[in-house]
Design a protein around this ligand. Structure first.
Ligand code: URA
Ligand code: URA
Length: 306
C-alpha cells in the first residue's frame, strides 16, 4: 500500500467517525478524498438515498433531550460556565452541562416530570414502560424492546446507540458481535458484564440500522435519563459518536471528545469508540484501551479505591 492509499484509508476512517473537517488545511474530508481520486460513496450508515455530499454537522439543538440545555440561553443570562477541573484539558467547546440530580428535563412540565418519575420508580417499571411505548414509530417495526440490562446496583453504565438485529431478536443490549467485544473490553478493565449496566440511547431498533431520527431521540431520551437518575452512576461510558454527541449535546467529532473526562449532570462521563467501529478498524484498539483505563481510574477514584 503506498502513501496515497494509506492516506485515503485514514481519511475514510475519519469520515466514518463523522468528521467533516481537516483542521490543518480547511478542506473537507470529502474534498480531500476527491483530490486523491477516491470514488465518492456514502458512509455505510447513510440511507441509500442520501446524497454523497458531506452532511451538515449535527445541530446540537436537534438532539433535544427535553432538558434545560435543549433551549439556547438568552444572550444576557448567566456568566460563562467555569469549566470543571477535569474538563480543563484540551477544552473542546461544549455547551454548558447541567449539574444537580439527573431529571427528565425542564421542557417537560413539572407535573409531567413528577408523574413520570413517580411511576417509573424502578428499572423494572422502566422496562415495562419501554415495552408499552408508542411515542415514536419504531415500536411498529421492532421485534422486541431493548430497555437495557445489568445490575440494579451498577455504578458503571455503558450507553450505546440503538439495538441492532441480534439485540432486536433477543431483547437484550449489546449481544451481537459488537456486544461480545464490549464484554471483552469490560473484562479487560475487570468489570463483569452482569455487574455494570448496559443500555442505548434508543430502546427500539431503527429499521435496517439506519441512524436514529431526532424525533425518536426526543421521544426516547426521558427513558435514558430516568435510567441514569435511578442508577446514580459513578461513571458513564459513552460508546461511539452518537451516544457521546447526544449525552453531551455537541456536534464535536469523537476524536475531540475521547481521552478526557466530561460531566453529565455532574457525573463523570468518558467517551470512546463504538465496539462496532473497533471491529472494522483495529487501529482504534489502542485509544479505546486508553479511554477505558481512564474510565476505570475515574470509577476507582469515585469509589474511594486507592
Ligand atoms: N462493580 C460494581 O459493583 N458495580 C459496577 O458498576 C461495576 C463493578
Ligand atoms: N450497537 C449499539 O449501539 N447497541 C447495541 O445494543 C448493539 C449494537
Amino acid at each position: 500500500m503506498d502513501a496515497k492509499d494509506r492516506l485515503r484509508q485514514y481519511l475514510e476512517q475519519r469520515k466514518e467517525l463523522g468528521e467533516q473537517d481537516l483542521v490543518l488545511d480547511g478542506l473537507t474530508v470529502e474534498d480531500t478524498m476527491k483530490l486523491l481520486g477516491a470514488p465518492v460513496k456514502a458512509s455505510p450508515r447513510a440511507r441509500a438515498s442520501a446524497p454523497a455530499e458531506p452532511s451538515p454537522p449535527v445541530e446540537t439543538g436537534r438532539y433535544a433531550f427535553p432538558g434545560r440545555y435543549a433551549q439556547p440561553e438568552p444572550a444576557t443570562s448567566a456568566p460563562p460556565p467555569v469549566p470543571h477541573p477535569s474538563e480543563a484539558k484540551a477544552g473542546p467547546r461544549l455547551p454548558p452541562q447541567p449539574s444537580g440530580p439527573i431529571t427528565i428535563g425542564a421542557s417537560v412540565s413539572d407535573a409531567a416530570r413528577a408523574t413520570f418519575a413517580a411511576k417509573i420508580d424502578s428499572l423494572d417499571a422502566l422496562a415495562a414502560a419501554v415495552a408499552a411505548c408508542k411515542l415514536c414509530g419504531l415500536h411498529a417495526t421492532a421485534t422486541n424492546p431493548v430497555p437495557g440490562e445489568g445490575s440494579p446496583d451498577a455504578k458503571f453504565v455503558c450507553v450505546g446507540e440503538a439495538p441492532g438485529a441480534t439485540e432486536d431478536e433477543t431483547g437484550r443490549p449489546f449481544v451481537g458481535a459488537a456486544g461480545q467485544l464490549l464484554t471483552k473490553i469490560l473484562d479487560a478493565i475487570k468489570f463483569r458484564r452482569e455487574d455494570v449496566f448496559i443500555c442505548n440511547v434508543l430502546k427500539h431498533r431503527p429499521p435496517g440500522n439506519r441512524n436514529p431520527a431526532p424525533d425518536e431521540i426526543a421521544a426516547c431520551s426521558p427513558y435514558l435519563l430516568q435510567q441514569l437518575a435511578l442508577l446514580k452512576p459513578r461513571v458513564i461510558l459513552a460508546l461511539g459518536t452518537f451516544a457521546a454527541q447526544t449525552l453531551l449535546q455537541t456536534s464535536l467529532p469523537l476524536s475531540k471528545l475521547r481521552g478526557q473526562t466530561h460531566r453529565f449532570y455532574g457525573v463523570p462521563l468518558v467517551v470512546t469508540y463504538h465496539p462496532a467501529a473497533l471491529l472494522r478498524n483495529p487501529n482504534w484498539k489502542r485509544p479505546t484501551w486508553e479511554d477505558v483505563q481512564l474510565a476505570r481510574r475515574v470509577f476507582d477514584n469515585a469509589s474511594g479505591v486507592a
